[in-house]
Design a protein around this ligand. Sequence first.
Ligand code: SF4
Length: 405
Amino acid sequence: MANIGYIQVVRHCNHFCGFCSNPTTPYTHDFASMRVLVDDFVARGYFGVILTGGEPTLHPELPDIAAYASGRGLHVRVITNGHRLADPAFARALHEAGVSLVHVSIYSVRPEVEARLRGAEGTLERALGALEAAHDAGLELNVNCVINRLNASHLDHNIRYFLRHHPHVRHFVWNNLDPSMGRAEVNQGQFTPRLADFELSLHRAMRLLHRSGRTFRVEKVPLCYMADFAWASTETRKIVKGEERIVHFLDDKQTVRQTAWGHRYAEGCGVCSFRSICGGLFDRGDGYDPAELAPVFVDPRGVVEAILGDRSDPSESGESGERTLAAWEARFAGPPAPAGPSPVVPRDEGLVPVGRITERGRRLYASKRRLEAAKSRRSGVEQEPDRSGAPPESDHQVNQVTKVT
Ligand code: SF4
């Protein structure tokens, strides 16, 4: 097992993506409130931490918290839209702070599509600049891509472009759009794809990467849409390896500990040979149609063996556990339970508040909401509802140390 935790260091952003599932909130973090969360991951024996947002590079203490996490032995990653990372000095600062890996989010290499998805002009050029700046600074580099209605047809075109122009990017991650939260929920009609919309281009893209020796992962895509690459499904890998994730949301959800990876299944899943290792349809927002699922009849043990034998992930390098299929079958807990369309994701017991709401945070939030309302009017992308109802806390309140369970 190689568990990785997430800390949302900010929730504001300089872009206005129509499918953002983690938009701005009045909550804020400082170094002290983030440090206790890092300490908790260390105490739990986690392999690494992913610093995310919002846009995490907008937090002035990002290099400090990255350096602290790295100093405590965690593998530190940052997920970014690349706007600040395109500055070579900032890329060097992250590298010097001990960041091992940056995930730059790029949805489409067609500038007009990327601008539409980002709610801002010039974003593609900047993100591609970030790929170069990060590489020059010595940072390992991934490209992340949210699959949505506007890029569903050309995922393979994106990959061809990266292979040709940015050959040093060695790993790619696709996330199918989560239509259950934030702006993604209120803009489902504009951005949520059908599974069939991206099936072909995703397959071509995976094949291109596989043949070129690159690695990749795919999240929130059911295995019947992964064809020969089922081993690249992140849910399946977590099911097979029995991993958990802790996410510290900088909003009312606070801390969520995920140990179950089953989502929604259709009737046909009952006869599907992949049922025991498939996360099903990630559909908490009723944005997808379970009728698109189709059972497959392929021996799942080949997928399990491919996952057990894969040493390509940096989190696997030190693992020495038993990796034979027989050993896995002996300890496998069985198929993931279906969570239904709107599961209650359990909060971790014993954890304390993540971030805080201060008067300053409220003022920043109000100002950001006004700015985004103007963007919404210009772009036709709806703004998510204002959910800031919590009472203000003292500016001096800090997180208590979290309890390891
Ligand atoms: S279990 Fe269901 S969702 Fe998963 S591959 Fe089979 S048919 Fe598709």
